[in-house]
Design a protein around this ligand. Sequence first.
Ligand code: GLC
Length: 541
Amino acid sequence: MEAMPWWKKGVIYQVAVRSFADSDGDGNGDLRGIIDQLDYLNDGTEASLGVDALWLTPIFASPMRDFGYDVSDYLSVNPLFGDMETFEELLSQCHRRGMKVILDMVLNHTSDRHPWFLESRSSRDNPRRDWYIWRDGRAPGKPPNRWRAVVEGSAWEWDEATGQYYYHAFLPFQPDLNWRNPEVREALFGAVKSWLERGVDGFRLDLINFLYEDELLRDNPRKPGLRPYDWQRHLYDRSRPESVELVRELRRLLDGYPGRMMMGEVFTDTREDAVALLGDGTDALHLSFYLHFAQRRWRAEAFRESVGWLEENIPERAWPCYYLNNHDLPRSFTRLGGRRDAYARAKVAAAMLLTLRGTPIIYYGEEIGMPQARIPRGRMDDPIGKKFWPIPVGRDGCRTPMQWDGGRYAGFSRSEPWLPLGPSHPERNVEREDADPYSLLNWYRRLIRLRRERPALRAGSYRAIEGAPGGVFAYLREAGGEAVAVLLNFSPRQVSLRRLRVPRGDGKWRVLISTHRMGCDEVCLETIFLRPYQAAILERA
Ligand code: GLC
């Protein structure tokens, strides 16, 4: 069990680089800022969070029209964030602490300002024309087919100068690369390789199920849905078998370097897609994002079902991965929080995230309970937010500066931050939570430590416990002779566990940690009353 690789046993922390810590006072977070905060993340003692790996949102050169997900050079560091030397310092400082660094790789598309695209669009016979997906319309004024962009409208953009359309699965300034072209493959594999040579430990692969589209550009069948993008069954424009093949090839590249990993953003409403990208569990993605879990509402039964589905459908040799937040989702503190109970619920959610079988990903600020912020129209940055205003679908509200203290700029910067601070920062910040033993931050720290100390939590099997009352999610984690029970009360009521059917559970259990005092240290599970929003973790005595 101890031979488990780091990406299975560790906790990953997602840093939105622009929003984490600003070292030079220009209002933008940067790499030096992250270096300055490494003690907070992991200084090897109980005083720090204790995370094992950092996933950095894209750090490459970029016009920053989509938070860096519009790359203009895969080999250089965005000057807004620092330079290669600073990156290498960050990498080696992390390694010295036993932490890993994961880079965000955007392989599906580039920025429209990438030199490759500038060449490609310059003329129909440019040697790079075929690096992107160019087609004639199906009739004058009509795009090649009816595929839609994830964001809105046709996925085809008309290019006046050369009289053809180019394909973009996301925004028009993010043209899709043509992965059927061997030169494209060579260039991007080359980029991946050069970062591997530099010593990065892994990659988060953006929209990894979008790399290939149907060669015949067949239209998708129609279906009902909430917004136009969902009116199609995306059979032909995403999750194509070729994408899985390509991921297999990437895996072979990574396998040439010991200890590296890749986790993929599988953007889909079909759970099977997320599992497909894991191949047989050893030959494709190491970890696949399971969006379904992150999209559940605040119901114990909903999370239980989501976990149960993955446990049943994931290939045996693959490993699950869970998250509640990222830079695209409204923050879970608000989304799951309800009107008055957000702080208590956040503790229950954290206990779940950090005790399931699988690798947990924490998004910066989640550990202090940063709520979703409302960004005034004039200060919005996210193109989606601006486009759909006043419909609040923009992603800026989950990207506001990290709240380090209650000062004017929350300890994030010496000057006005690039995005406004969330109004919660005077009360909700690292400095205050650090000083309060009952804070969410200290709860995260304790959970992470417990996970590290208990093989059953890190590596053990998962089994839902039957007989829990409505609103309670209860499960067992077992490894070797060790059994840990996780009891999560999602409801605002006190509940009795007397009908719990604990496998071989008739004995006594010892409380490891709990959000509420438990009366005595050793109990029978069936005699427990859980307080409203109580999370308790016990081991078999
Ligand atoms: C992914 C990213 C998102 C980005 C999009 C386009 O979904 O997570 O932030 O806008 O891809 O690259």
